[in-house]
Design a protein around this ligand. Structure first.
Ligand code: DQA
Length: 153
């Protein structure tokens, strides 16, 4: 019997405002609604899911460190603005060695130049960007598939 996978979905700054924040870029769904869909997808996939959000870089670092201590198997992370700036988040993810997928609601490559660069992407399993809330469900399916494949190796 394989161990039940535990996935953390981590959201960075301003994503608590989804629903009202720049709907042209981010759509009309709230973070609570997105998380609810992820919880039911996790149930279907048979994995344990934790969802967290913070507007603070240091708190996000602490959540990642704690995920390392708690033996979380994979992280789906939308680092939001910290995608483009945070060496600290990159270092935390590398330190815990937890496989992760980077997620964006919007297609960051089609937006301002400063959003084209991610400090995390080369350390990620992969990235999903541009599908709105579906970016998260695609990322969850993707990371679970990868981890289950590895478990079976
Ligand atoms: C975002 C894209 C980032 O550039 C931006 O700072 C965000 C959200 C997205 O999900 O599309 O806050 O990560």
């Amino acid at each position: 019997m394989m161990k039940q996978l535990h996935i953390l979905v981590l959201n960075g700054p301003n994503l608590n405002l989804l629903g009202t924040r720049e709907p042209g870029h981010y759509g009309a769904e709230t973070l609570a609604e997105i998380n609810q869909k992820l919880v039911s997808l996790a149930d279907t996939l048979g994995v344990e899911l934790t969802t967290l959000q913070s507007n603070h870089e240091g708190e996000l670092v602490e959540y990642i460190q704690k995920a390392g201590q708690d033996s979380v198997d994979g992280i789906v992370i939308n680092p939001a603005a910290y995608t483009h700036t945070s060496v600290a988040l990159r270092d935390a993810l590398l330190a815990t060695r937890i496989p992760f997928v980077e997620v964006h609601l919007s297609n960051i490559h089609k937006r301002e130049e400063f959003r084209h660069h991610s400090l995390l992407v080369d350390a990620a399993i992969g990235t999903v960007a541009g599908f709105g809330p579906s970016s998260y469900t695609m990322a969850l399916r993707g990371i679970v598939e990868q981890l289950q494949y590895k478990q079976g190796e």
